[in-house]
Write a protein that binds this ligand. Structure first.
Ligand code: ZN
Length: 137
């Protein structure tokens, strides 16, 4: 893939340098059949350094994951080689089925079919807590 020109796909830009891999993992991009490029430590006038992820496929992404990992990131949708939509992703109020509760006594450890739900409890400090046991994510 020519990483500069995507015909139909998604470019996640303005990722805080170093968070690209974490996004890659939580978005489960490794399981995609499409070409995916992570470009690390790109020099940016605004940010100093940033990471960029390019996905050469028009797939739906879990935007909550992006807002959770890196609320400053922008998502650019490319269609027929043109930028058709650019949006920044706010921190989601709730994070469902993305991360697991670390508390071994949490009800989600024993009741495996329960959905993992975390709630944003402090927007400034970016703290998410398990809705069942209030353990910090
Ligand atoms: Zn919990």
């Amino acid at each position: 893939m020519n990483i500069d020109s995507i015909q139909n796909g998604v470019v996640i830009d303005h990722i805080t340098a170093g968070r690209g891999m974490r996004l890659y993992e939580l978005l489960d991009l490794g399981s995609l059949d499409a070409s995916v490029a992570i470009i690390k430590n790109v020099v940016s006038r605004k940010m100093g350094k940033k990471d960029i992820i390019k996905i050469d496929a028009a797939i739906p992404l879990n935007l909550d994951v992006i807002g959770y990992v890196d609320p400053g990131a922008t998502v650019n949708l490319i269609r027929d080689g043109k930028l058709v939509e650019k949006r920044s992703i706010p921190m989601p109020e709730r994070l469902i089925g993305v991360i697991r509760c670390k508390n071994p006594r949490c009800i989600t450890s024993t009741e495996q079919e329960l959905e993992q739900v975390f709630k944003l409890t402090d927007r400034e400090k970016k703290i998410y807590r398990c809705v069942y046991c209030e353990t910090k994510a």
